[in-house]
Ligand binder design. Sequence first.
Ligand code: ATP
Length: 581
Amino acid sequence: MKELLRLWRLFRPYRTWMILGTLAATVTLIANVTLMAAAGWFLTAMAAAGIAGVTMNYFTPAAIVRGSAMIRTAGRYGERLVNHEATFRLIASLRVWFYRHLEPLAPARLQQYHSGDLLSRIRSDIDALDNLYVRVLVPAVVAFISITLFTIFLYLHAPILAATGLVFYLLSGIALPIWSRARGEAPGRRIADDESSLRTAVIDGVQGMAELTVYGATERQAARIDGLSRRLIADQARLASDNGLTQAAVGVCASLSLWVLLWLAIPMVRSGALGSPELAMLALFILASFEAVAPLPHAFQLLGRSLAAARRLFGIVDTQPAVQDPEGPSPQPTHFDIDFEGVGFSYPDAGRPAVENIRLRIPQGSRAAIVGATGSGKSTLFNLLLRFWAPDTGSIRIGGHEISEFGGDDLRRHIAVVSQHTYLFDSTIRENLLIANPEASQGAIEQACRVAQIHDFIADLPEGYDTWVGETGVRLSGGQGRRIAVARALLKDAPILLLDEPTEGLDAETERDLMRALDRLMTGRTVLLITHRPAGLDWVDQVLVLDRGRELARGDVSVVPKAMAAELLVTAAEAAAGPSS
Ligand SMILES: Nc1ncnc2c1ncn2[C@@H]1O[C@H](COP(=O)(O)OP(=O)(O)OP(=O)(O)O)[C@@H](O)[C@H]1O
């Protein structure tokens, strides 16, 4: 219920569209029932007049029949038009709403979700919400309005007929939907979860195909996908079979109501309380009127699924970002030195702090490196500097301003990153470069690529800068991807540069070329490099060596070999002492 109220608030901007759509659906339904009833009355009255040899005014009933047919057709068209418009607007706004809440959660709070799961929420769960409007809310309101009117209409002919209609309407419009909802709740929830797991498993299977093939695990992955999809199909089949059953039951209710109505009304005709044309009219009327309640069992079955989808979406939307933006405007630093002062941080649910009491001052325009073995906390310091997480203790300042005083986007405007994991979007080289600066001219792009030493390669491609790089940049080598990252950083032209093992995994020659490109990029910028390799650090002004999140040594590059050797000795001693240490 709580979810329904929240959803209703989200749907509120589209209220006018929804009211119009519901009105159009109601008018269409009533026109259809009127058409059937009026046609029944008209045919019988004409037949009776023919037998009796009397004349009758057939203009008015013929006009009602024609008018109803026309309203029904126009109403159906209008209803589809308005409800589709409302649905598309609703989906678009729900997707934007969800994305707006998702964005501040990246990357810290989203690490527990698989991209397939998020995709599932953006697609299937939001689609399930649009079902809520068009397949649940509209039919429910239309049924409520029309059943009230139909019951009044029957009452005007005979209260007992109204009572008969009401019993069968309630049976089909309330009892069957409640049964259908109770049966559909668990499979509906499972379908939402399984669709997400299936999507995740398929994405993993496709993206990890090379690993799965090498380790002979494709069969296992296929079996997992098969198992999930069987469960999904079983639940969908159960819902479909329940749906078929309830539709049949609505049909039975409609036929029973007809029989009971005839049983009650024929004596009234005999006694003269009811004319024979009215009998035909009421018989066709009651049959046609069940169109109002027929969609309800399915609607209530979908309700379980829509609410499960809403819960999954609200689960993400209600997550608090790891870092909140401050209320006021961000400071405008005039210089860009970086200060880490006693910085400590633990990831949620982590056993030990990722970093402890880190101190590092990088004057503007100078270059510093943080060196340490894997897991020593280097990337954590980057994450803290980029405000993806907030430190538990100590402070980080840029140009003398606490970074907590900056809005996340404002802070990151001053920082460019080149990392070993450059993400390339499935788009052209040009689009991938423009991400750093959408305003950049072709001349600026080419200039950046020349400095990054990738222009000649791009210019030689048949489609040049319009070459498609493929999903995650599969059509470029690691070194080429890294140079694109350097060109991006040049285009961004930020005063602070973070380098995350930019030459990792490259051969010696490519590494040398890339270092030349990086050297141009670093000139005049405040640079912080993280690396686990002590080699090739001659160009930095200072080094901080980390070990398991703590400072091991600091100074110029000469401290690194000694510190690393000491660390190796400690590790060896720990290993010799056994696992208890
Ligand atoms: N998102 C996270 N959630 C929980 N723990 C994390 C997370 N990221 C890192 N850690 C933990 O924090 C510690 C420091 O990790 P960090 O990634 O900063 O190390 P690193 O020095 O950058 O390692 P590498 O060189 O392998 O990238 C490790 O023990 C790691 O397991």
